[in-house]
Design a protein around this ligand. Structure first.
Ligand SMILES: [Zn+2]
Length: 615
């Protein structure tokens, strides 16, 4: 596309307002919060959206999103409880001993479930899981770093019970420290505002409208070497009007000589609808197992042997524009091999709580990303810009990423990552930088940017000492460099530069034959090419964002112009060249971009702010 911007003369003057809302480096725009994302405006005017595969906000009673904080704190109002989770739409409370009546209570609005263990001892009072840090064992060393967890030690001989408050679940780990531990556990349950129903999926707790409020899902157990079994049952029964749940772990798994202790039995209570954690891994060795509440994700291994792959999906907020400058998936490695994974586009839908190796969704190798690279420390990054752009534009549906080693040929090439169920700040993130519009001061619906650092070449066509063309260009360059925070480099020839300007009389410019004939009262002109990057809707109108390419312009040598007029004219034309399309609206006579002949050489704050949005 080709366009022209002309600069004519007239005159006016008025004082300018200060730019009150200059932004700090990175400021969160709270109105743009979604359940799983935060958006920041950067000092250059562009936006950064950080998306999680898990919920990071809950809605408070005023209908505003607040940060979820699952870390354990002291409970101060209910005397019977010692600890609670900090902030969420629901709460979990822990009393001193697991044998106490209603020892653990999960409260969701006006419903709750509370339970206590039957027949256990009260040797140790509840503690934050950090007390387990002395222990060498992998399970204990992991859980001791989790500030969302509490532990009841030695509830039975050689049995600890750990609870952790996650975004949308309370996880219970019954830890059997050796083969002498018992395999049957009874819990007494008190219900308030809900009834319990057992079906093939587990136990559901329904409110008076028959809506599920809590769910006690399928159980599994796992030994210290990762040996996995779903041979754990949970049975609901009623005695004298009270509910009990009996958990039985398969004895032959526990007594097996190949079982390595500790064994963790893993019941999870889901607070229905509180979160939609969208990551999990699938495991060829355990092809019917699902790991959606695991704090780990895995990749690597060998085909037909022990392959593991990770599925992860991010709901991208509608406020992210189509003009995406970068999209990066960030993942933190937890242990084992240095990864060489790529991200692939998943091509059908899946649910994190049910996906397994056997029913895993398909993916395409076409358009796979480059291999991940180290971002910082244990954090790895993958450039996923093209995939995110395709999802935003609707070219493909967003079914998430498949993360895997490109050639699954090495059984030892396995990497353990932190999942969205891990504690902060270890969770995976999708970071999208994009251009958005938060203000508009132009009479045109177009705005442009230069994606590469612009290079400038200019030529004064005569030796008239009062024609301050070079002074004007130098001034223009420094005005826009500081306004946009970019550097404009000088090019050594016209052909190697992206911006070319000629300065001369009307006759000298006409003689170049590069432009249409210069109008008699013209001061300057900028002629640019562009390609469309995307559109952004703002205040009910559509703004088109363009990527500016080759640009040629001129400044006219006129006997009625002084130095400041040339500075102003050059700054004006240079604005067009960099992407400021149109002229100020409403009319702002003191502005450089205005069609005035005022000797106002400095960019107004709104002029800077307008174009900065595209950079
Ligand atoms: Zn203009």
């Amino acid at each position: 596309m080709m366009a022209f911007s002309l600069f004519f003369s007239n005159s006016m003057c008025s004082p300018r307002k200060a730019f009150a809302d200059l932004l700090s480096d990175e400021e969160e725009i709270q109105e743009l919060r979604t359940k799983n994302s935060k958006t920041y405006q950067l000092s250059n005017g562009s936006f950064k959206c950080v998306v999680s595969a898990d919920s990071i906000h809950y809605m408070n009673s005023d209908g505003e999103y607040e940060d979820i904080d699952s870390s354990i704190i002291e409970e101060t109002t209910q005397q019977q409880y010692r600890y609670r989770n900090t902030a969420n739409s629901w709460n979990v409370f822990f009393s001193d001993y697991l044998v106490n009546q209603d020892a653990v209570k999960i409260q969701n609005a006006d419903t709750s479930i509370a339970f206590s263990i039957q027949g256990g001892n009260n040797q140790y009072s509840v503690q934050k899981a950090e007390v387990l840090s002395e222990c060498e064992l992998d399970y204990y060393s992991e859980i001791s770093k989790d500030d969302r967890a509490v532990v009841y030690q030695n509830v039975f001989d050689n049995v600890d019970v750990v609870y952790s408050a996650r975004t949308g679940v309370v996880k219970e780990d019954i830890i059997l420290k050796d083969g002498s531990s018992q395999n049957t556990f009874d819990f007494a349950i008190n219900l308030d505002g809900v009834v319990a129903i057992q079906d093939q999926n587990g136990i559901a707790f329904l409110d008076s409208h028959n809506h599920e409020v809590f769910q006690f899902g399928k159980l599994y157990m796992i030994d210290a070497n990762g040996k996995y079994s779903e041979d754990v049952t949970a049975d609901l029964h009623c005695e004298d009007g009270r509910f009990f749940v009996r958990i039985i772990a398969n004895e032959s798994f526990l007594k097996d000589v190949n079982t390595v202790y500790p064994v963790v039995i893993d019941p999870t209570i889901t607070i229905t609808g509180a979160s939609n954690t969208y990551d999990t891994c699938v495991d060829e060795q355990y092809p019917s197992s699902n790991y959606y509440t695991s704090v780990n994700l895995w990749t690597g291994g060998k085909t037909s042997n022990n392959t593991m792959r990770t599925y992860i999906k991010f709901d991208i907020p509608s406020s992210v524009s189509n003009c995406i400058s970068s999209a990066t998936l960030k993942l933190k490695k937890n242990a084992y091999a240095a990864p060489g994974i790529k991200a692939y586009r998943v091509t059908s839908s899946w649910t994190s709580s049910t996906v397994t190796w056997n029913n895993k969704p398909s993916f395409t190798t076409s358009g796979a990303t480059s291999t991940c690279s180290v971002y910082s420390g244990d954090w790895y990054q993958i450039n996923v810009k093209t995939m995110v752009e395709d999802w935003k534009s609707g070219t493909y549906s967003n079914y998430g990423f498949l993360l895997k080693e490109p050639s699954e040929t090495n059984a030892d090439q396995k990497t353990r990552w932190y999942s969205s169920d891990a504690s902060s700040p270890n969770k995976p993130e999708l970071v999208i930088n994009y251009v958005g519009i938060s203000c508009w001061y132009s009479d045109s619906n177009l705005i442009g940017r230069r994606t590469n650092s612009p290079t400038l070449w200019y030529s004064k066509l005569n030796s008239n000492p009062s024609f301050m063309f070079v002074t004007g260009m130098t001034h223009a360059e420094s005005q826009w460099e500081s306004a946009l925070g970019i550097s404009i480099n000088s090019a050594s020839s016209a052909t190697s530069s992206s911006l070319k300007y000629y300065g001369g009389t009307k006759a000298e410019i006409d003689a170049l034959g590069l432009f249409p004939s210069v109008p008699t009262n013209n001061l300057g002109l900028t002629q640019y090419s562009y390609s469309q990057w995307g559109t952004i809707s703002y205040n009910g109108s559509t703004k088109t964002v363009m990527i500016m390419s080759s640009t040629t312009g001129y400044i006219v040598d006129r006997s009625d112009m002084g130095t400041n007029n040339y500075k102003k004219t050059c700054t004006h034309e240079f604005g067009h060249a960099l992407g400021w399309i149109g002229h100020p609206s409403p009319s702002q006579p003191t502005w450089v971009m205005q069609q005035g002949i005022l000797e106002n050489t400095v960019l107004a704050e709104n002029e800077k702010k307008h174009l900065l949005q595209a950079y």
